[in-house]
Write a protein that binds this ligand. Sequence first.
Ligand code: HEC
Ligand code: HEC
Ligand code: HEC
Ligand code: HEC
Ligand code: HEC
Length: 191
Amino acid sequence: MSSRFPYRPFIISGIAILALLVGCSPAERYRVLSVFFDGVPNPNKKEERPQIPPGFDSTRRADSARALKKQEPKFVFHEPYRERACGDCHSTRGGNRLVMEQPDLCYQCHDDFSETYSHLHGPVAGGYCTGCHHPHMSEYPKMLKRKGQDLCLYCHEKSDVFANEVHDGIDDSDCTDCHDPHGGEDRFMIN
Ligand code: HEC
Ligand code: HEC
Ligand code: HEC
Ligand code: HEC
Ligand code: HEC
């Protein structure tokens, strides 16, 4: 476990984890396990590190505003981050400790998906919003960490997905053209 971010072990059924692990390469298994047991996807992945904009030095507010403005076309900022309401999510007692775990951290301000859907997507149920969203900012809309199919193929093995004939001919369409990323009426989460 990361000592800096004490995630609780994700409450995902053994079946859920098996479903992802069966037929995976060792590298894939490592990746899935590290996502679900560590909460730290891959420490070597550059994209997992939030880029703090140079302007977040509170002693230099004017520079800060300019720095933000300069970056604006490139990044989508999370509103509480933009407003420097760091304390909404982080303990003020030092370190980057979170005030509570996901998903409750996010449900402080966003609707609880368990009230919207009868079936939740694994990482949503398991409180791993940051499997897809960056908590601070992103170069992609909706603060997503990856774009297109890469968002989903980060966890779902491409060959497994495309082995299923329902996916014949989807080419490079977004998975979210058909699937809701958060949940749905049943486990397939069809839009
Ligand atoms: C909406 C909630 C939220 C807000 C607001 C927020 N953070 Fe975070 N922050 C997070 C979460 C969640 C993580 C852990 C990310 C992860 O592990 O995937 C994090 C991680 C971090 C990290 C560690 C990054 C790393 O290297 O892993 C730093 C530093 C940080 N935040 C600084 C800030 C600062 C400074 C602010 C205010 C300008 C801020 N955060 C506002 C949720 C938030
Ligand atoms: C302190 C309140 C607060 C917390 C906590 C918070 N958010 Fe937000 N979030 C907002 C506000 C305000 C907006 C902008 C208005 C909106 O779209 O609802 C927003 C927008 C978003 C958006 C849409 C961005 C866009 O471009 O439309 C996403 C995605 C999001 N938040 C995810 C998260 C996740 C994931 C967490 C937990 C790690 C989280 N939020 C925690 C307040 C919060
Ligand atoms: C599997 C990836 C994935 C996970 C996990 C995930 N999201 Fe999202 N989220 C998305 C995508 C994709 C969108 C954009 C949907 C769209 O544009 O229609 C989105 C959009 C959002 C939005 C913007 C409002 C909206 O519905 O368009 C919010 C807020 C949000 N997510 C919050 C969360 C929270 C809170 C969690 C964890 C409980 C979470 N998400 C987990 C992929 C994910
Ligand atoms: C952070 C890892 C992660 C990401 C990213 C992710 N998923 Fe999942 N997905 C899971 C887990 C875990 C399950 C639960 C498996 C189970 O319950 O058997 C799951 C289950 C599903 C299922 C149901 C499978 C079944 O047989 O019941 C669908 C459909 C699905 N995901 C689609 C998507 C789509 C579409 C995206 C991209 C928007 C996506 N996933 C991104 C981890 C992820
Ligand atoms: C054209 C619509 C469409 C697109 C695009 C699509 N799916 Fe599906 N997907 C479906 C349907 C329909 C099902 C099966 C639902 C059923 O059997 O009732 C399904 C089932 C699944 C399942 C569960 C069954 C299995 O094969 O394991 C997963 C996981 C999944 N999709 C992931 C993805 C991912 C990842 C992408 C993007 C690479 C994607 N889907 C793109 C329509 C789509």
